[in-house]
Design a protein around this ligand. Structure first.
Ligand code: WTA
Length: 658
């Protein structure tokens, strides 16, 4: 495991200087869903009773026998219980006075829009569920989903959950190869995709990518294709394999019984980057996950019955799964979905949407906030943002300047900000303010949610006191925790639970302050966080060495003003290959093609040699020092300290290529 980087230590020092405090206003506190601080103590004393009391807000087919069975690291929550997630997210609301309430408000990038009430959503979900059944999909079969942000995406997720088929959503920005790898790991039977998706006025060619992926996916027997773009994009349909959504789904029956699911039956698999090897299939199960995301959504965003809630994430990531689809819909909340990019047709698009629909709760990523800052306050200033009541952030540490800008220019100094720390693995938000209770500090995710326990530990597993930095661990099981890595339980144990036995190792650095607030410092492993997207250095290195000109590659995340981290690749070329700017471009495109545009390196640097230890391990720490223009750290373990000194000089002479 890598030690905290120098940039993390710098962040830590800067944060210690941050003294601003924003207590909740009296007005907000009075109307908040959760405003009694006793909830923390109650949950701490008896977490199982706390979760069980909350679980009564769900509809159960059969009540559980036991709240938790915990044989670290294996957890089973609500043992013996049965329910159906889609029944809880859709059917029970469609059968209630919420029947005609908007479940989903959708805004397409070109300006088209659609509103689905709970009853309309129920019908669409049932049709899709029946279509899947007609293709032979049964409880337990995996369905891969590779779509843009159209209403059919949450419909597809909910249809899978209704019939008990675990879904595996692959973000539409991933390449054909990434899609293929994920389909094969999950052994998915059916793929749901679209001809394309709108992005910044252009088309993401989803079906063409899928066709490429499907050349090597023997488990897939059928493909359902949504027509989103139409004539503007070519879309070849393979006879016998590919079926149009509008032919198959639209004609299916709109009635479908919900499959009774055991609490611990798999709801979905979602792939995420780890330190080594292939992306990991994070497995989430039914009851505990649904409970975790619904309780946190209600408490943290202070959602009210008539609120319009907008989370700007993509459903291809966990934030979209938990806080666009499952959490909000379980609570009967109106969830807004926007298809496209924030600068189309202009940089006011998000604020125009907030104003037009009267969005009350807005949840986005620090990288987006930094982008808005760069575009200038004149954009949000043009719009009436008075409907906003709570603001959230997620995905990476937020710098205090961005926090304060968000508070002033979006929240107009009225809205509490919830900086929510969590991970694909945790399924639900873990460290966060409660907006009616917590005095916030810009840059701190504040405290663990009630029922959650976190610690900051040193290398030896000793708790680090206030002011010091260490490794963030979670010391108690929680309902929405992932249960395993799909097909690789050994990796689940080794990677997350063996470093500090019985404790969950997050891979993040953190510090505690005098008030017991947590300040997140970023990853301490070889995972980069680029615009809130998790990418492992290993994946990018593998893509680089896959290019015929490359001999060796080392990749690091380098501090970037807007993206949080940018990707820098240090590459040695094969003999007789000449370095050139064209080759740099080609290598960047090669990575984008192999993994997806999100992994395209910002800089490529040609080195004649890479700094290695005597045991031939590449020292990325030193490469980070070079890329971030710092004095080199300890070089005594290097096989040849001359290599790194030369590299530093060469790097400084050449400057940075963007
Ligand atoms: C980072 C996204 C600081 C962290 C939900 C974590 C954060 C990784 C925050 C998980 C936050 C997420 N403050 N860091 N509020 N939220 N992170 O799996 O490094 O895509 O380990 O889940 O994002 O990323 P993932």
């Amino acid at each position: 495991m890598a030690e905290p980087s120098v940039s993390q230590r710098e962040r830590l020092e800067a944060l210690l200087e941050e003294k601003r405090i924003y207590p909740p206003s009296e007005e907000f506190r009075k109307q908040a869903n959760w405003s009694d601080p006793a909830v923390y103590e109650r949950a701490r004393k008896d977490p199982e009773a706390f979760w069980a009391a909350e679980a009564k807000n769900l509809d159960w087919i059969k009540r559980w026998d036991k709240v938790l069975e915990w044989k670290a690291p294996w957890a089973r929550w609500f043992v013996g219980g049965k329910l159906n997630v889609t029944h809880n997210c859709v059917d029970r609301h469609a059968a209630s006075s919420r029947r005609n309430k908007a479940a989903i408000i959708w805004e397409g990038e070109p300006g088209d829009s659609r509103v689905l009430t709970f009853e309309m959503l129920q019908r669409e979900v049932n049709k899709c569920a029946n279509a899947l059944k007609s293709l032979g999909v049964k409880k337990g079969d995996r369905v891969a989903i590779y779509m843009g942000m159209t209403p059919e995406l949450p419909i597809a997720l909910l249809a899978c959950a209704k019939i008990g088929a675990p879904h595996s959503v692959v973000f539409g920005g991933f390449s054909a190869e990434s899609l293929r790898e994920r389909i094969n790991d999950a052994q998915a039977k059916v793929l749901i995709t679209a001809d394309g998706s709108w992005r910044r006025g252009g088309v993401v060619p989803l079906k063409a990518n899928a066709d490429e992926a499907l050349k090597g996916t023997p488990s897939i027997s059928k493909v359902i294709v949504l027509r989103r773009i139409g004539d503007k994009t070519p879309c070849r349909m393979e006879p016998g394999r590919d079926l149009w959504w509008h032919e198959l789904v639209d004609h299916a029956s709109d009635r479908c019984e919900a499959e009774p699911m055991d609490s611990e039956d798999i709801l979905y698999i979602l792939y995420t980057s780890g330190t080594t090897g292939k992306p990991k299939g994070v497995v989430h199960t039914s009851a505990g996950y649904l409970l975790g995301v619904s309780v946190t959504h209600r408490a943290i965003f202070d959602v009210k019955e008539n609120d319009i809630y907008w989370c700007t994430a993509d459903i291809g990531w966990v934030t979209g799964h938990s806080y666009i689809v499952y959490g909000p819909l379980a609570n009967g909340t109106t969830s807004l979905i926007y298809e496209g990019s924030p600068d189309y047709p202009d940089r006011g698009r998000f604020w125009e949407i907030v104003a037009r629909y009267g969005v009350n709760i807005f949840y986005t990523a620090p990288t987006a906030i930094r982008t808005f800052m760069r575009w200038g306050k004149e954009w949000p200033e043009k719009y009436d943002l008075s409907s906003l009541r709570v603001l959230g952030t997620v995905g990476e540490p937020i710098n205090p300047e961005a926090w304060v800008w968000y508070h002033q220019h979006i929240g107009r100094e009225r809205c509490p900000i919830v900086d929510t720390w969590w991970q694909t693995e945790t399924g639900m938000i873990m460290i966060t303010p409660l907006p009616g209770l917590t005095a916030t500090k810009p840059g701190s995710a504040t405290k663990p949610f009630p029922g959650i326990e976190a610690q900051v530990l040193d290398e030896k597993g000793q708790p680090v006191g206030p002011g010091g930095g260490g490794y963030l661990v979670l010391t108690r099981p929680w309902p929405a925790m992932f249960r395993t890595i799909y097909g690789d339980p050994e990796r689940y144990e080794r990677q997350y639970w063996s470093r500090y036995p019985g404790k969950y190792f997050t891979g993040d650095g953190a510090k505690l302050d005098q008030d017991g607030y947590f300040w997140l410092l970023g990853r301490v492993d070889d995972v980069m966080n680029v615009s809130g997207h998790r990418i492992s250095t290993f994946e990018v290195e593998s893509a680089l060495v896959d290019h015929p000109c490359v001999a060796e590659a080392a990749v690091i995340g380098k501090t970037h003003e807007v993206k949080g981290q940018g990707i820098a690749g240090f590459v040695t070329l094969k003999e007789n290959v000449k370095p050139s700017d064209d080759l740099k471009k080609e290598l960047r495109e090669h990575v984008a093609k192999k993994i997806g545009a999100l992994a395209r390196p910002d800089d490529i640097f040609f080195a004649s040699e890479l700094p290695k230890t005597r045991s031939a391990k590449i020292m990325r720490r030193l490469l980070r020092d070079i890329a971030e223009g710092r004095v080199l750290g300890d070089t005594t373990t290097l096989a040849d300290p001359g290599v790194v000194a030369k590299l530093k000089q060469q790097y400084e002479e050449e400057g940075i290529v963007d």
